[in-house]
Design a protein around this ligand. Structure first.
Ligand SMILES: [Zn+2]
Length: 420
């Protein structure tokens, strides 16, 4: 049989890349005009493959490949077509295109399945102005709370109104998770967004887990003063103390990650300085630590050491330092049954594969809590992502799609006995 059509993948990737904010490629923020255009493109692609198209109550766009067996059972394949601002052509999109290419292969080879396949564009996976990610995948898993739905963005727009406008029905979202009793498996293909696969010359990363993701704010209060007249020995410069603490956090994270054989990364990427004025000594600094950890002991050690350092600074210098937990999303394991099937498929196809942890959260993190779900990674050039340089060769998408397709065909072969 002809497996996955490489040219089709190429065409799809370059077609959807056109729907971006002019002047800042590639930007297709959830609910934006470009996002709607991208969804119209995807709806057209679903139609070309004779898929039944619908939008569910959480605003996910779905193309359904119906089985002739008229089965209630189904497999979900999906990712997202929204991007961050100045993002890339592949993050999320590769996974949706992979789903399209799998359906095309089934059609090209006249293969019928004993279950349906649903291709998902999960609504708004990227972090948005409501300070939330994975709107659609949270929605179908029953993890979109009333508080989240009623939250307002910086313009005062309520999230639930946007979901309704795009075709969802926010009143009924809580019923969506009932469908999972009929879901046999969920698959996602995604670029790695790291450099492990490329460096090792590996085709497929089979994800074992997604880490704890947490964010923590540190607030430092010193004393403002005149930058010309306050002598150096008389200063309480909050920015200097924040800088020392940020360097300390970075060194600590490096030390822990070297001895931890699972994923451990910490980043300070957001900082606010007050009054942020050239001639005033900074009096207040707030910064946020973004932490991704698999191993709980490492996480505890990290905070113990930071607390020790804060105590030390407070003892020596006259600062108020406060620590606030902002959010916590727990560690999630991918389905071992699905992973075993994916490993067998990669092996049968002679593709090099490795088991790995994900550093980022993905839609599948939510799906794995309520169903048998897993995600595979494909290499991306220099590990770059969330930037216009983001790139993966379509051959990588083809290989990953073949692995997923092979697992689906294996499930078909063993369907009566397996009942995954
Ligand atoms: Zn993504």
């Amino acid at each position: 049989m002809n497996f996955i059509d490489l040219n089709y993948i190429d065409r799809c990737i370059s077609q959807i890349a056109k729907y971006t904010e002019k002047g800042r490629p590639f930007t297709r923020l959830v609910f934006s005009e470009e996002f709607i255009q991208g969804r119209n493109w995807l709806t057209q692609k679903f139609k070309e493959l004779n898929l039944i198209t619908r939008i569910d109550d959480a605003g996910n766009l779905i193309g359904v490949f119906k089985s002739n067996a008229n089965s209630s059972k189904k497999i979900l394949i999906g990712s997202h077509i929204d991007t961050v601002a100045y993002g890339g052509k592949y993050d999320g999109i590769a996974g949706v295109v992979s789903g399209l290419s799998i359906i095309k292969s089934l059609l090209d080879n006249s293969i019928d399945l004993p279950f349906d396949i649903e291709i998902y564009d999960y609504l708004g996976e990227e972090l948005n102005d409501w300070n939330m990610s994975c709107i659609g995948s949270r929605g179908i898993c029953g993890a979109l709370t009333e508080g989240m739905l009623n939250s307002k963005n910086s313009q005062g727009i309520i999230l639930r109104d946007e979901i309704n406008k795009i075709g969802g029905n926010s009143k009924n979202i809580d019923k969506l998770s009932n469908q999972f009793e009929n879901v046999l498996a969920c698959f996602e293909l995604h670029i790695e967004q790291g450099i492990t696969l490329e460096n090792k010359g590996i085709d497929i990363g089979i994800v074992e887990s997604m880490p704890n993701i947490s964010r923590h704010k540190i607030l430092i209060k010193g004393q403002a003063g005149h930058s010309g007249t306050t002598l150096m020995e008389n200063r309480n410069d909050a920015l200097v103390t924040a800088s020392k603490l940020i360097v300390f956090i970075n060194n600590l994270a490096k030390k822990i990650s070297l001895r931890d054989n699972r994923h451990f990364v910490a980043t300070v990427g957001k900082i606010e300085v007050s009054p942020n004025y050239v001639t005033i000594i900074p009096s207040d600094v707030e910064f946020i630590i973004d932490l991704r950890v698999v191993n709980e002991t490492s996480r505890e050690f990290f905070f113990k050491e930071i607390n020790k350092e804060i105590k030390k600074i407070k003892k020596l210098e006259n600062f108020t330092i406060n620590f606030q937990d902002l959010m916590f999303s727990p560690y999630v394991e991918m389905s071992q049954v699905i992973n075993e099937s994916l490993k067998k498929s990669a092996n049968d196809l002679n593709y090099r594969f490795v088991s790995m942890d994900s550093g980022a959260g993905h839609d599948t993190a939510h799906l794995a809590k309520v169903s048998k779900a897993s995600i595979i990674f494909i290499p991306c050039k220099n590990g770059l992502s969330h930037c216009p340089e983001e790139y993966t060769n379509s051959i990588n998408i083809k290989k990953g799609s073949e692995v997923i397709l092979k697992s689906i065909l294996d499930l078909k072969e063993n369907y009566n006995e397996t009942r995954l």
